[in-house]
Write a protein that binds this ligand. Structure first.
Ligand SMILES: [Zn+2]
Length: 617
């Protein structure tokens, strides 16, 4: 803080105005709520003031978080500290809100000490033994906890209602994913044992699922909801549920807070003794036992936590969650048939879910229509999106999950989608200064191929004429590179078994056949050109070789424009991902004939009862 003292002085020396849309929203001479400086400023002020009160050492414990704090100890000791704070307050511009403070005599009604000095200040006294601290219940009756749960769930409901009231699915999903799921309540889960607030955990998750279904206009099964809770790189949507993190969050938090707790209270114990089944009421001390037991039930044996004493290490919450999530996802892949395996592997490929993280932005052309978002989410989770029936264009059979349109060769959609991705690659190659040429007769002539006979094989989609810096799949680099772009559907009949075996199985298999086809690679080599297949999967993944090429293009773009490589790569992959999704969605809707699932009879606030109506792109 001392380092930014002058900055703080500059910000708040003369007071500040909060201006919103050109209007002065709030004037303040103290500091603005929400300003990142406020927390550190308040804490350093409080620390300095506290250091001037020697009586603090007489307290049993004291804890502060921002402007929330607690002093615990003998009645007189607590008052002496408060008295000093009141005396010093004006020096620090501090005003005490006595009606917001609470005195909790922990002996309840049996307390016989003198509280008149607190009462004289206007501080309420709570004899109930129900204590909450920093927004969470610490100890109290079942009713007290129930009231807390009801109050917090009320807030959650209000926030979720807000999400349901939005008119854009993409915006609502984005907000739910970034700020509306279990991460929102992780503070409660870290500070409060799950068994104390199980009702809240269940209630939150039910509200989240319900909101998700309304927002998407989809009815999903438990299995699909399970998948949605996985991270994007694990085929999910990153909608973490409170129940998934509660026990891990509490255990890790208890572990991390151990030293501080012992410092506050020498009698603090690692309370994971077995539950005392026959004891009436809440027994503090069993929380860890229950939570750790549940964790052990789902963790691999070698990762089990010992019970009866504090473990040597519990790791970080993130790592523990990673282990738990991996176990859950592996189990899902294990129990899936080959059809769903191909979808699960395909959606977990790098870049496959890039569209999910794209902000709805008109300038970047990353806004998705309600129909596109519904299709994208449904397709990813394996939701039934239509009835089975004949395809309008190829007379083949259209599956219920929207996969057929990604491999149907009729109707021209494959070509349109191919060209869009080709254009994206071309645009990036251009920004990378590789002097690219789009597919043209010139390219074929260059390769010495007969245009008429070989045109269907399309020897190159994009010819990079200055590709010395491009890192190719074979590890080398060269002057000219012919990029040949293809998109395969992992669930198409010819690719299903390869796709079900491993991530990118379909793309890699197809990349190999492309090289073999028509001896193109040899012809290219004879013309002094390297032939490079660039195979994308219709679920968004890309073959490893193509990924390397695109990585070096992105690197060059970043270098040419002085932008970070990460930003360039993120934008590029969001571009490709959004374009593939839009193409698939359009192809899907063009083939729709029968009636559709998707509205679930809930009434769809997002512009219509079903996919057909919502399909207005
Ligand atoms: Zn078809």
């Amino acid at each position: 803080m001392p380092g930014s003292a002058r900055f703080a002085e500059w910000c708040y020396g003369d007071g500040v105005n909060l201006i919103y849309n050109g209007d002065v929203f709030k004037k303040s001479i103290r500091g603005q709520q929400g300003c990142p400086l406020m927390g550190p400023l308040f804490c350093s002020m409080k620390k300095e003031m506290r250091d001037r009160i020697p009586e603090v050492s007489e307290l049993d414990f004291t804890a502060d978080f921002s402007d929330d704090g607690v002093d615990g100890g003998e009645c007189d000791a607590v008052f002496r500290v408060l008295e000093k704070e009141i005396a010093l307050g004006p020096e620090y511009g501090l005003r005490n809100n006595y009606d917001k403070m609470v005195v909790y005599p922990l002996a309840g009604n049996r307390f016989t000490g003198d509280l008149s000095r607190f009462i004289a200040l206007g501080i309420p006294i709570d004899y109930s033994c129900n204590v909450s601290f920093m927004q969470v219940p610490v100890v109290g009756s079942a009713e007290f906890v129930s009231e807390w749960v009801a109050r917090k769930l009320g807030i959650v409901k209000k926030i979720m209602e807000g999400a349901r009231g939005l008119s854009k699915r993409q915006v609502a999903l984005y907000l739910l994913r970034k700020a509306g799921h279990g991460c929102r309540v992780v503070y409660y889960l870290r500070t409060t044992p799950r068994d104390l607030i199980e009702e809240f955990v269940q209630g939150f998750d039910a509200e989240l699922k319900d909101t998700f279904q309304v927002v998407m206009g989809l009815n999903i099964t438990d299995e699909q909801w399970e998948q949605a809770s996985y991270s994007v790189k694990n085929s999910g949507l990153g909608l973490t549920r409170a129940a998934d993190i509660a026990d891990a969050a509490y255990l890790v938090s208890r572990y991390d807070a151990w030293d501080d707790c012992v410092a506050l209270d020498r009698r603090h114990v690692w309370d994971d003794g077995p539950a005392r089944q026959n004891t009436a009421g809440i027994v503090v001390g069993e929380w860890l036992f229950e939570g750790v037991s549940r964790l052990n039930a789902v963790l691999p044996v070698n990762a089990h936590f010992a019970l009866g004493s504090k473990p040597l290490s519990v790791g970080k919450q993130k790592d523990l969650m990673g282990l738990l999530n991996k176990g859950r996802r592996d189990a899902m892949v294990e129990r899936a048939g080959v059809w769903d395996k191909a979808r699960l592997e395909g959606t977990s490929a790098p870049h496959a879910g890039a569209w999910l993280d794209a902000t709805p932005n008109m300038a970047l052309d990353t806004q998705l229509s309600n129909a596109q978002v519904q299709y994208g989410v449904g397709r990813r989770l394996g939701v039934q999106l239509c009835e089975e029936g004949p395809c309008k264009f190829c007379l083949g059979s259209m599956d219920r999950w929207g996969a057929h349109c990604e491999s149907c060769m009729a109707g021209g959609d494959k070509t349109v989608n191919h060209n869009k991705v080709r254009d994206d690659v071309y645009a990036q190659a251009k920004r990378a200064h590789t002097a690219p040429q789009l597919e043209a007769a010139g390219v074929s002539r260059l390769l010495g191929l007969e245009v008429g006979r070989e045109a269907a094989v399309r020897p190159a989609d994009v010819l990079l004429c200055r590709a010395q810096d491009v890192n190719l799949g074979n590890g080398g680099s060269t002057g000219r590179v012919a990029l040949d772009i293809g998109i395969v559907c992992p669930q198409a009949a010819g690719h299903l078994s390869a796709a079900g075996r491993e991530v990118l199985g379909a793309a890699e298999e197809y990349a190999r056949t492309k090289c073999a086809r028509g001896d193109i690679e040899r012809k290219c080599r004879e013309a002094g050109i390297v032939f490079q297949p660039m195979i994308f999967e219709s679920l968004g993944g890309v073959s490893v070789e193509a990924d390397k090429v695109l990585k070096s293009l992105n690197k060059a773009v970043a270098g040419n424009n002085d932008i970070s490589q990460e930003v360039v790569a993120t934008r590029f992959w969001q571009r490709v991902s959004v374009d593939i999704l839009r193409g698939n969605c359009r192809a899907f809707h063009r083939r729709l004939t029968g009636t559709l699932s998707g509205d679930g009879g809930r009434g769809d606030p997002f512009g219509g009862p079903g996919l057909q109506v919502a399909a207005g792109w």
